[in-house]
Ligand binder design. Structure first.
Ligand code: WTA
Length: 632
């Protein structure tokens, strides 16, 4: 089934899409050279290809200049950022000129604290303006930002601070969540006290989100607001090589600890700008609302770098979708006349539950493009969003991409690529997906397989921080000659892609990537648990939920489940808490000692018919035991 083709209001047509795709195919070098001119370079790159070390290698530029300074002449008085507080009557509007001044002030404060090019600065904030400003201030100085998601536990923060070698942290006294206060500063304090010998943090700058006081350590901690007020509103920008890192962002894989994905400056920014313009049909006057937290890649590319490099207007909303009323998001769209609304399937599933009448009480006719990202969306959720929120008038972009890709890879282009509900549709011009079988053979036509990408693209991550060998093994080695995404996909007879989910041991809970190994490592540190396996199973609201099978040292211990949950909360964060912990006598293993996750997944899902050949298990009897435990 395909939806009626909506064109007319959009910049591109199907023939434009074909022309771009052909141009990128026929002469990629010229195509990407042209695309690079969307940025202002200090020295234009003489080549437009991936040197293996990043794109546009001899070009130089500054990312904050591209997001701010270059707009000052043409749109200095245009609103660049709207910050909507939880309270409906509290709105801050910053013009590009204001934003530029704020970023310069922040950069000057950072510089006064010894930050210069190449240094790592951790940003751990709720949705406040200082998050965006902090990122761009780092970019201005050539410092590398490391944004940490607000939901991380102290342990998770400490690991990332240690690995990145961050010397300065920007955090907040608290975050606001309705009447609740999220203790950002004390969480950071705990992180900093965990393994101080592994850390290099010298300064902690604290944004006062409320006037609640928090403990401050003399010589290390300072309130940021008074420093910003005193700082100069101009600050020279560093000249950076295109391949200099712009940021590190930690993400989970199937093995080991989260990896610091490194994105470069020129290639990444070209990609953020290119994809934001193409996929969201960016036009003058748009109000762009991406609901992602800046702690994730979506926040980097589509709250900050994409829309600001294109001179757009971004909206940041401090609050939650349904606080204080379930219609809060719709009210925000109505009051700011949002044109482009980019969110997650998880949020849509939750909002759908509130029914159709509620959104219909708001004027949502400003919307032109709706987008989703982060997880597969069901046809039901797609149609609800399209119809009830978009009124059937909007373009719908189901965008597939990942932290490592830097920006959107497979997505409809409004007006130019016909949508099919719940399909990410076609690759963007210049992107080359392929589907492979288990043996690494490329599959043709309508088929299903492992999703890989051929060739390079400007947004591709440069490497993993401190571990280039791991970058090679994770992405380039599994299917030689192709870039391995970790996802599976189906391709239909029209060449459309339907993402089927991860083929590795990454669990996607509400769009958050969580490695099974992260949970298992957290449990390994809990003395009462000998061994465990974490798996993902379908969940109505979250997309996937986590199930843990754990083998206890003493199965009669009365509080094993609680201990397990506590260990995961402490090591990873509350967002990784499992739906259920099954205490089991053993895990199903092959004779060579490998956990058979497929089996554990089926049992947890209640799919106990047709479990397949169990003769390869070291102990086939364990299967019935697990079934009995799961069925209670
Ligand atoms: C999943 C988020 C289905 C996928 C930008 C990918 C999706 C992982 C989609 C990356 C989509 C992302 N449909 N699945 N439209 N978009 N995913 O790094 O499994 O946080 O590999 O980046 O999310 O998650 P990450």
């Amino acid at each position: 089934m395909s939806t009626p083709f909506r064109s007319g209001a959009f910049r591109l047509s199907p023939s434009d899409y074909s022309a771009l795709t052909d141009a990128a195919q026929q002469n990629p070098e010229v195509y990407w050279q042209n695309q690079s001119t969307r940025l202002d370079w200090i020295r234009s790159p003489s080549s437009a290809q991936d040197t293996g070390n990043g794109w546009f290698a001899d070009g130089t530029l500054n990312a904050s200049v591209n997001c701010l300074d270059r707009h000052l002449e043409s749109r200095g008085e245009q609103i660049g950022l709207i910050w909507q507080a939880e309270e409906a009557d509290h709105v801050v509007r910053l013009t590009y000129r204001d934003l530029h001044a704020r970023v310069c002030q922040m950069a000057n404060v950072l510089r006064d604290h010894g930050i210069s090019r190449g240094d790592r600065v951790a940003i751990h904030l709720p949705t406040v303006i200082e998050g965006v400003v902090g990122m761009l201030a780092c970019a201005r100085l050539g410092a590398i930002h490391v944004v940490l998601f607000g939901g991380f536990s102290p342990e998770a923060i400490a690991d990332r601070l240690a690995d990145s070698g961050a010397t300065l942290v920007i955090t907040a006294n608290v975050g606001r969540r309705g009447a609740k206060r999220i203790p950002f500063k004390t969480t950071m304090d705990s992180a900093l006290s965990l393994r101080p010998e592994t850390l290099s943090v010298r300064s902690v700058l604290v944004v006062s989100v409320t006037d609640e006081p928090v403990p401050m350590q003399a010589g290390r901690d300072e309130l940021l607001t008074p420093l910003l007020e005193k700082a100069e509103t101009s600050c020279p920008a560093e000249t950076m090589a295109s391949t200099d890192p712009l940021f590190l962002l930690y993400t989970s894989g199937s093995t080991g600890k989260p990896k610091g994905i490194v994105h470069g400056t020129g290639g990444y920014l070209t990609w953020a700008s290119y994809t934001h313009e193409l996929v969201f049909d960016h036009q003058k006057g748009d109000v762009f609302w991406c609901t992602a937290d800046i702690g994730w890649i979506t926040g980097h590319s589509y709250v900050v770098y994409g829309p600001l490099s294109n001179g757009g207007t971004i909206l940041l909303f401090e609050g939650m979708p349904s606080h204080p009323t379930p219609g809060r998001w719709w009210e925000v769209i109505q009051s700011h006349k949002v044109t482009t609304f980019y969110t997650s399937p998880t949020a849509i599933r939750a909002l759908m539950r509130e029914g159709n009448d509620l959104p219909r009480q708001y004027d949502l006719t400003s919307l032109r493009v709706l987008g989703t990202v982060g997880e597969p969306i069901s046809q039901e959720a797609w149609s609800w969003f399209d119809d009830v929120i978009g009124g059937g008038r909007c373009a719908f972009v189901d965008t597939w991409w990942q932290t490592e890709s830097g920006g959107i890879m497979i997505s409809p282009v409004p007006g130019a690529v016909k949508e099919k509900p719940a399909s990410a549709t076609l690759p963007l011009p210049g992107v080359h997906p392929v589907l492979l079988d288990d043996k690494g053979q490329v599959l043709d036509g309508a088929t299903e397989g492992v999703l890989c990408l051929d060739g390079s693209w400007p947004g591709r991550a440069l490497t993993i921080w401190n571990d280039d060998a791991l970058f090679q093994t994770t992405y380039l080695r599994p299917y030689p000659g192709h870039y391995f995404t970790g996802d599976g996909a189906r391709r239909d007879e029209d060449g459309y892609y339907w993402i089927t989910g991860r083929v590795d041991d990454v669990i996607n809970v509400s769009g958050h990537r969580i490695g099974s190994a992260e949970i298992e490592d957290a449990l390994a540190a809990e003395h009462a648990i000998v061994e465990s396996a974490a798996i993902g199973i379908p969940h109505d609201l979250k997309g996937q939920g986590i199930i843990v099978y754990a083998v206890a040292r003493d199965p009669s211990h009365p509080e094993l489940e609680m201990l397990a949950v506590r260990a995961i909360t402490a090591k990873v964060g509350r967002y990784a808490v499992p739906e259920k912990v099954y205490i089991v006598p053993d895990l199903p293993k092959t004779r060579s000692g490998k956990n058979v996750r497929r089996l554990m997944r089926k049992i947890a899902c209640g799919e106990t018919d047709g479990l397949g050949d169990l003769s390869t298990l070291a102990d086939p009897e364990i299967v019935d035991v697990l079934i009995r435990i799961v069925q209670g």
